[in-house]
Design a protein. Structure first.
Ligand code: NOJ
Length: 528
């Protein structure tokens, strides 16, 4: 069977500021990434999603782009980028870039020109409107990060420009064909260099209601990016897809569709002619509970099946607290560090056995929690510093982040960095890192886990069980996840052997139906 590579791939998100520091200035960069490509290839992932590296004033840490066709000097230059891409490809991995199509930075030459006045060549490249009759913003849309209007008034012209995010991130006007053509060219720039695709930032926002009508009153307090779902986005996506299709080699795009209902999200795959994949963010916002997960998986399977779309799964990213942190606090039962690591290990087992493409966020393979960031070191306007802490590579401070002047990295390290770091975890067969390696190797070796169907299986309260089956190869796995802090018993048809247990390396052989607290197991059919 000839499946596109991104269906069986496991992606790994690199947030470059915090991954590895090659030039020893306390901020991660491409040289640093270059030295760690082997970590990713040894881990067993297939593809890297690299968060933005483009020139940027960094108001939103790279999601405010001032040049789509370059590399910010903080991260390196195009030559180092080419080295990274070659190193990734040499190891048989793929690399996708983070494309930010909805907005530029206010420092982008297009916006600087737009600001010169209503007759500027690039004025209509952004979304401008006159004041509402009361002199306020043109509509009731709310920006992300702070509950403020999604509009900023330009004192010179008296008009307002739209920004779904910070005022430093003006929205592009994709209804203008010149914008569309210029943005297509930015894709071609990187495709020509050989990238394998893109993660497209808040792609749902590029289609705008031509009337820019008010949001319904009951929803209006929400940041408008989670409401923005316009039919006009679909022709735009089809034409973006055509650009990717101009290139050989299965280039792909995963969209950040910032909408929560999987039925709506699935529509962004079109008839197989829009996005190749889309994020599915339900798990980022739900608790670690069997019933919630069972329902989320059912809704995803249902919504995506209707559109013949391939699902994706993610537990953490650079925008939300890490799942170890989320699953250790309210509404979850208090748990000690060991218990919290066990929940994390069970969650990893779930992530890597579900039907769909998994995305790992850097450092989750180490079991990291969010850093505690003192007020004096807070830098992100969206309150997301904790999950963006530097990855500890070595046990001893500065954990692989030395600087000649001894300055600390741009954010503090996560807790327990002397135990939870790559160096220490590589030598321990019981580490979270060792578990991720086992899970990834197991997934790679199983057609059922990579491509098979998902069938929910009856299990007691607090336990999620499902069967994965690939008819072509008859490969089959059963997965059982005990979300509770108590032991549980399950009964399955047929006899099963334990292939992997989330909490230790010794549990193998026949499965006796017993699950330890916070334990997940992957089972294969017993012979005979
Ligand atoms: C989504 C990105 O993941 C987030 O980090 C960013 O702040 C917004 N889009 C705006 O680009």
């Amino acid at each position: 069977m000839n499946e596109p590579w991104w269906r069986s791939a496991v992606f790994y998100q690199v947030y470059p500021r915090s991954f590895a520091d090659g030039d020893q200035d306390g901020v991660g960069d491409l040289k640093g990434l270059l030295t760690k490509v082997d970590h990713l290839s040894d881990l067993g992932v297939d593809a890297i999603w690299l968060s933005p590296i483009f020139p940027s004033p960094m108001a939103d840490f790279g999601y405010d782009v001032s040049d789509y066709c370059g590399v910010d000097p903080l991260f390196g230059d195009l030559d180092v980028f080419d080295e990274v891409l070659a190193a990734v490809h040499d190891r048989g991995l793929r690399l996708i870039l983070d494309w930010v199509p909805n907005h530029t930075s206010i420092d982008h030459p297009w916006f600087k020109d737009a600001l010169t006045g209503p007759d500027a060549e690039h004025r209509d490249w952004y979304v401008w409107r006159d004041s509402a009759p009361d002199g306020g913003p043109p509509n009731n849309w709310v920006a992300a990060f702070a509950p403020v209007p999604a509009w900023t008034r330009d004192p010179a012209s008296g008009q307002w420009y739209l920004h779904h995010f910070l005022p430093q991130q003006p929205d592009l006007n994709w209804a203008n064909p010149a914008v569309e053509a210029a943005m297509h060219d930015t894709l071609r720039f990187w495709l020509d260099r050989g990238v394998d695709g893109f993660r497209a930032d808040v792609i749902n926002c590029i289609g705008k209601d031509p009337a820019l009508a008010d949001a319904p009153e009951n929803l209006a307090p929400l940041m408008h990016c989670v409401l923005n779902d316009e039919p006009g986005v679909h022709p735009l996506l089809r034409r973006i897809r055509s650009v990717l299709d101009e290139y050989p080699g299965d280039r792909m795009m995963i969209g950040e569709v910032a909408l929560l209902d999987p039925h709506t999200v699935a529509a962004y795959y079109g008839d197989g002619d829009e996005l190749h994949l889309s994020f599915n963010f339900m798990p980022l916002h739900g608790p670690w509970r069997a019933d919630t997960w069972r329902a989320n998986i059912a809704t995803t399977e249902d919504g995506f099946r209707a559109a013949d779309a391939w699902p994706t799964w993610v537990l953490s990213n650079h925008d939300v607290p890490r799942h170890r942190t989320r699953y250790s606090r309210w509404p979850h039962e208090p748990v000690d560090a060991e218990g919290s690591l066990q929940r994390t290990r069970a969650a990893a087992t779930l992530l890597l056995t579900l039907r769909g493409t998994p995305f790992i966020y850097q450092g989750e393979e180490l079991g990291l929690e969010d850093a505690v960031v003192p007020a004096a070191r807070v830098v992100d306007p969206g309150g997301r510093d904790g999950c963006r802490a530097p990855v500890p590579w070595a046990a001893l401070p500065p954990h692989g982040w030395p600087t000649p002047s001894g300055i600390e990295p741009w954010l503090p390290f996560p807790p327990d960095a002397t135990d939870l770091n790559v160096e220490a975890e590589l030598t321990s067969p019981d580490s979270v890192l060792a578990l991720y390696r086992r899970l990834l190797a197991m997934r790679r070796g199983s057609r059922a886990l990579q491509h098979g169907t998902y069938e929910p299986v009856d299990a007691p309260d607090g336990v999620l069980a499902f069967r994965r089956f690939d008819a072509e190869s008859s490969d089959e796995r059963m997965v059982a996840v005990n979300f509770t802090d108590d032991a549980a018993s399950v009964e399955f048809d047929n006899r099963w052997d334990v292939e992997l247990a989330s909490d230790d390396t010794d549990t193998t052989g026949p499965f006796d139906g017993k699950l330890r607290p916070r334990q997940a197991v992957v089972l294969r059919r017993a012979a005979g």
